[in-house]
Structures are given as C-alpha cells and as structure tokens.
Design a protein. Structure first.
Length: 223
C-alpha cells in the first residue's frame, strides 16, 4: 500500500527509524531500503539484532513495534495519506474489466484499518480483499501474502496474477509466487533503476499505468 497505491510522504520509514532508535537499535539509509516492504516486526527484530549483537526478546520487539505504530498513526493524523494520482481511477477501470483486486501490506491489521478508514477505502468495495502481515506466517519476500490474496479472491491460476509493488521485496515476493506479472512502480522510495536489478516482468511509472498494461496482455490477470 504505502508507496505503491498510497502517498503517505514516507511517514512509515520516519516512524520506523525513530522507534528503532528509541529502542536502542540503528537504521542507516541502506538498511532502510533493505527493509522497505517488510513485516515491521521482522524489520524491528533484525535491526535491533544488528545494532546490539543479541537476539531481542519478544517483549522488547513488541514495545518497539507499539512505539512505531503510535508514531505512524500520529503522523497520519497530522498529514492524512492519500492515493497517488490516477490510482482510484485505475482501481475502478480494473474492477470494471473483471479484474479482482487485493491489497497486500507490510503493516499489521492494527495499522492498516485506520489507514483504510482515512483513505475512505472499503473491503469489499474499493478492492476485493486485504492481506496484512498478521494474516500469514511470514511477510515479503515470502510468497504467502500473494497466495492468501489468491485465496480471498477465488483465483486459482498464478500465471494470471499480477503482483505490483514499489520495493525489491515486492518483486521478490511476486517472483517467489511465480506470478505471471511482477511489476515494479516508481512511486515509492526506490527508483526504477534499482527495481530493475531485481527479477520482474514490467516496470511502470505508477499503478495508474496498470490498466493499459493488463489490457494489452492475454489472458488478463484475475487477481
């Protein structure tokens, strides 16, 4: 969601960096890019381990995650996120053409639901399904969110699935799922040159360009 369909001004990574630092960890720019699109608890655990040299206990990870969540929601209240230009229209065009849409996110449900409410998006309604990190045993680059999205949209053929995202982890998850379309978009914090270094089928400026891409494909994806 953030960076792919939703413009939230980088709030998620500011909140993550601040929470990790408050918890005694460290987050360099290189590490920030590495953990874009990841399950935030997984990122917190790894970043704290790298900074301290020891495995963080579950209580401290949860404490840092709560700090992250509270900082992020405060940022969202101060500067509400909004869809990238053309995304609502792309959603409407795709669903009108019979494509089923699922949002997948590195956020857990307690962050995602307020974000959807702020956007005025509904499930079902704006999209057909939502998959959060707490819906699967592991987040990206594992393919499980893709498979859960297929389950929730009654999609059976992974060759007809398009996985679209703004981070290398999105592309890795789509590749690991053997999706027919693995599409990088340049609306997040990673440019197309960097995304192009990872396995993909297409690179686009924005999700707004997705209907044209899928209209030219035969057969059209269904999730």
């Amino acid at each position: 969601m953030a960076g792919t369909t939703v413009d939230e001004g980088g709030a998620v990574y500011r909140a993550l960096a601040a929470a990790v630092l408050a918890g005694g960890g460290h987050l360099s720019d290189a590490e920030l890019v590495r953990w874009m699109g990841a399950d935030k608890r997984q990122a917190i655990r790894a970043l704290t381990r790298a900074a301290t040299g020891t495995e963080p206990d579950p209580v401290s990870v949860e404490r840092t995650y709560t700090e992250f969540r509270d900082r992020l929601l405060a940022e969202y209240r101060a500067a509400p996120p909004h869809p990238f230009p053309g995304v609502p229209e792309a959603f409407a065009a795709l669903r009108g053409a019979g494509v089923r849409l699922a949002l997948t996110t590195g956020f857990s449900t307690d962050v995602t639901e307020p974000l959807l409410e702020a956007l005025g998006w509904s499930v079902p309604g704006t999209v057909d399904a939502l998959v959060c990190t707490d819906d699967v045993p592991a987040g990206r680059p594992a393919p499980y969110m893709v498979f859960r999205a297929m389950e929730r949209t009654a999609s059976c053929d992974v060759r007809r699935v398009a996985v679209v995202g703004d981070t290398p982890r999105d592309l890795e998850a789509g590749t690991n799922a053997c999706a027919g379309f693995v599409v990088g978009v340049a609306t997040g914090g990673v440019d197309l040159a960097e995304l192009g270094r990872h396995r993909h089928t297409h690179l686009l400026a924005s999700v707004a360009d997705l209907p044209a891409l899928l209209a030219s494909a035969r057969p059209a994806p269904t999730a």
